[in-house]
Design a protein around this ligand. Structure first.
Ligand SMILES: [Zn+2]
Length: 249
């Protein structure tokens, strides 16, 4: 085995829910054509309080099918919505309102509430037949108390923008995730350049990560580049789920 064969590519599909299922199906089909047959599916238990997985038998069946095909289900927030709170400094307001557009749900949750949502989310997805190992916070924004809660709820790992953290051992793998911001034209232009450059920098990294969101596929240049980067990496790396990375398989 040469060095490139021992390295890995992990593609995650964010914001999977009953609202995005059809879009996710198209993305998974395209990724498979590009050589990415397995992904980590980041599932929201109750998307914006209006998409409870527990109340949607068809979606639950779809999730089980994806898992049977080799995809991994990962808990991704609970509501994917951060309730507006007063106070907070400028940095907090910028992060929670501008950067994430109000979706940084686990950025500043206290320990008890984080644990409650993690437990309820796990229950809802496990009742649907999913086998959970990981928790990934919306927009990768995981506060210190919420990280403790995830550890105490026995999640094996989490990821942030800059790496993968094994919650059992504390071992962190540094690897910047490729990700697109598509909400405006200038953001899309910057994203295309940024991800091109990062994909080159990551060539020597043991783990390459690509995080995709359903709106990415509404923009043909973004879709084309994402598939090109994924396909290029998949050509000489093992394609894995995050759980495989922390399990060392
Ligand atoms: Zn998300």
């Amino acid at each position: 085995m040469n060095a490139s064969q021992s390295s890995a590519l992990a593609v995650s599909l964010h914001d999977v829910s009953p609202f995005t299922r059809e879009a996710c199906d198209v993305m998974l089909r395209d990724l498979k054509s590009a050589g990415v047959g397995v992904t980590s599916l980041l599932v929201i238990p109750n998307h914006h309080r209006r998409g409870a997985v527990g109340a949607d038998a068809n979606f639950q069946s779809w999730l089980r099918d994806k898992q049977a095909d080799g995809h991994e289900v990962v808990l991704h927030g609970f509501y994917h919505w951060r309730d507006a709170r007063g106070g907070g400094g400028l940095t907090r307001r910028l992060v929670t309102e501008h950067y994430t557009r109000g979706e940084g749900e686990f950025y500043d949750l206290d320990y008890a509430e984080a644990r409650r949502r993690l437990r309820e989310g796990r229950r809802m997805l496990e009742d649907a037949g999913c086998e959970l190992r990981g928790f990934i916070a919306p927009a990768w924004l995981l506060g210190a108390e919420a990280e403790c809660a995830a550890r105490d709820e026995k999640f094996d790992y989490t990821t942030r923008l800059g790496g993968v953290l094994d919650l059992r051992t504390g071992i962190r793998t540094a690897s910047q995730s490729l990700v697109y911001s598509v909400s405006s034209r200038w953001r899309r232009i910057v994203s295309l350049g940024w991800n091109f450059l990062w994909s080159r920098r990551l060539r020597s990294c043991p783990l390459v990560r690509l995080g995709l969101h359903p709106p990415d596929w509404q923009h043909e240049k973004i879709r084309a580049q994402a598939l090109c980067l994924a396909g290029g990496a998949a050509a000489d790396r093992r394609v894995i789920r995050y759980r495989d990375w922390v399990e060392g398989t």
